[in-house]
Design a protein around this ligand. Sequence first.
Ligand code: SF4
Length: 402
Amino acid sequence: MVLTLKVKNPRVPLTELEQSAFCTTEPLDTKPLIEELKAGVRWQQLPDEYVHLDATQLRARIGEARRKLGKKAVVLGHHYQREDIIQFADIRGDSFKLSQLAAQQPDAETIIFCGVHFMAETARVLSQAHQRVVLPNLQAGCSMSDMAPTGDVEDCWDDLTNVLGKGEAVPVAYMNCTADLKALCGRNGGIICTSSSADKTVRWAYDRAPRVIFFPDQHLGRNTGLKMGIAPDEMVLWNPFKALGGNTPEQLKKAKLILWKGHCSVHTRFTVAQVQKARERYPGVNIMVHPECVNEVVRIADHVGSTEAIVRTIAAAPKGSVWGVGTEINLVSRIAHENPDKTVFCLDPIVCPCATMYRIHPAYLAWVLDELAAGRVVNEITVGEETARYARIALQRMLDVG
Ligand code: SF4
C-alpha cells in the first residue's frame, strides 16, 4: 500500500536576498546539504541523515532507489538544474516539454519534477489520472511566478473589465505562473504561452480583442509586443501595488498591451555592458539571449530564443564559433561541456544560478526517492479538479495555435 503524506503546496514569496543567495565566483560543485543550508534562503526540512551525505554518497543512494523503483517513477530535470540532478533525469528539457513527455509514460506512476513549483503544477494538470507529481523541495518556487499572486491578478482582471468593458482585453499568461492563473485564462477566453510561442499566442489574442494583458513577465511581454510592431507608448505597466496598476482609465483605454510588473531575477542580470565587453574580448562572438532579458539587451543580441532554442542553435553552430549566452549558468555550463569544439560562456561573469532551481539539492531527490521506494509519497503537488480543467483549456488553446 502506498501512503501519501498530505502537504500544503508552498506559497512563500521569495525575497530579493534569496534570489542572489547562491551567487559565487567558485565552481558550482554540490556540497553536503548541511553546508548549502548556510545560504540565506528558506529550505524544507528533511531527515537529518540526508543533510550530511556528500555528492558521492548521494549519487549511490539515488542510484539504488532508482533501481528499486524501475519504471514506476520518472525523473524530470529542467535545463537549469545542477549537474548532480541532471545525471539522474530520464528526460531533460523546458517545463512544458517535460510535462508533456511525462504524461506520455503511462508506466510512470510518479513524476518527480526537478524544477520549480509552477512546473510541477503544470505536470499535474497535464498528467494522467493514475499519475502523481512530486516536487523534491517544496521551497523551490519561482520569484517571477511569486510576483503575480492569484488575488492580485484577479483584482486586475476585474478592474480592467470595469474600466474597459467585457471582451475588450484577452489575458495571456506566460507558462511561468500558477495553475490558478492558467485557469483564469481558461475561464476568461485567454491563453498560455511559452517563450517560443509568445508571438503566435499574442497574435491569436489580438484576433479576439483590441487589448492584451500579459503576465507575469513584463520583459517577455514587451519584447514580444515590440517585435510585433506595437509602439512603446501603446504599452502600459500594471503595478499591483497601485490603484489601477498606476494607470488612469484613459491610459488603459489607449493601451494595446498591458504588462504585469514581474520579471525573472536570473535573466534581468544581463546587461548591455556585458554584451559590449564580450564583443570587445571576442570579435565575431555570437550573442544569444533569452527573451526574459530586458529589451535593451534583446535589441543588441544576435539571436534571441528559448532554452530549447539556445541548446539547438549552439549544437548546430559551426565548429570554432564563439557564443556569449544570456541564460541560467547551469545550462550555459552544460552547453559548453557538450560543445567542446566551440567556445561557449555566460555573459554574466558572476556565477549566479537560479536560486529556486538550485534548492533541488540531491539530498532532496534521494529523500523523496527513498520514501517512494518504501511506499510513502512525500511532497505531492496537487491541483483542484476545476482549476485543472480550466488550466487545460488555456493550455489546449496554446497547442491549437501551434
Ligand atoms: S530562471 Fe527565472 S523564471 Fe525560471 S524559475 Fe528561476 S526565477 Fe523563475
